[in-house]
Design a protein around this ligand. Sequence first.
Ligand code: PMT
Length: 400
Amino acid sequence: MSVLYNKNVLLGVTGGIAAYKISFLTRLLIRQGAHVKVIMTPQAKAFVAPLTLSTLSKHPVHSTFTDDEDNWINHVNIAKWADLFIIAPLTATTLSKLSYGQSDNLLIATYLSCSCPVMTAPAMDLDMYQHPTTRENLDKLKRHGVHIIPSETGELASGLEGEGRMAEPETILKHAEDRFEQTHILKGHKVLITAGPTYEPIDPVRYIGNHSSGKMGYALADIALQLGALVTLISGPTHLELHHNNLDRINVRTADEMNQQALEHFEESDICIAAAAVADFQPTEFSSKKIKKKDDQMGIQLKPTPDILYNLGKIKKEQLLVGFALETNDGIKNARSKLKKKNLDAIILNSLADSGAGFGHDTNKISIIDKTNETHFPLKKKKEVANDIFEHLIDKYELA
Ligand code: PMT
């Protein structure tokens, strides 16, 4: 499967003759399983029809800050959608605007709003390409982290021969693949993740559960997939979706089912992260009929559920085993005690005392604790938290 599978690739087309080749690049990217959106400078429309690119990419193509009905085209949303921004062809005018941040069109505004990697394929005539101003602007973009795909030598639009032709779509595709290949640090690793709540049935209509949405566990699975790992996600009941060819999602409801699946998949894993909020108790008996309401007090007999992480800690060999600790008070002390008791390599502490952290939110605030160290992080989006966790583990345990 291509490293571009499921990646969001934004193409920025500027006004040069090579713009027509972007239709081929769009098709190549889509064949690799990428999602493609295109934005153009107004001048680019003279070289390739927006209709061609919107038909191929299956998304509307924008070139101005508002559409025909005067709706604002949100360049920030477009920028945040992208996993990779490829500006091709890059003309001398757009190069100059990019290097000075002259945000007078949608493409430049989107570039300035991007936090994803950016690569560009310059296309200019011979002397323009060699001009010291062009060289300086290209150097400046490089210093700003933009990856420059070198122009090729050959016949130019002017009829002259020399360097300045835009790299061929196949070459641009290769640069895009290499970019993602470099980030596939966990390629070959098997990651097991538990996520979401468990529901312990009382009778056919009632259960004991908790407020876990699954967001933290799913964010971890998503980042592991982006890093190239093969992921097994054992998920309690949640409405969340995650699709990827390298993902094996196993849906469970109860702690017993989660325990059984975790034990079955643990041995083949290299890294296991338990983000699930497993119910600690289950009814001693399941009533096959709906329990009738009574006027006086009622009680349910409870027994402990299996401690999944403890069970994994007992059979751990080479695996890296990471747990979560959800606390309300004495966080560090309690997390350290779970780290030891469950034979973990590290534990991620999140506390319900921190606003925006824990259940349900899109954000979390964590500390990563191991036998010797504690690393504290500020409140972040759960995807960023997941990224911090993997970065930390990769660094500390030299997983790359
Ligand atoms: O799902 P979200 O809404 O995004 O919320 C995320 C989260 C708050 C659920 C998550 O970040 C989190 O903290 N998960 C662990 C919750 C929890 O059960 O913590 P605990 O301190 O009770 O358990 C410690 C560890 O043991 C956890 O890794 C847990 O998965 C595991 N455990 C607990 C009980 C049990 N019977 N079996 C277990 O394996």
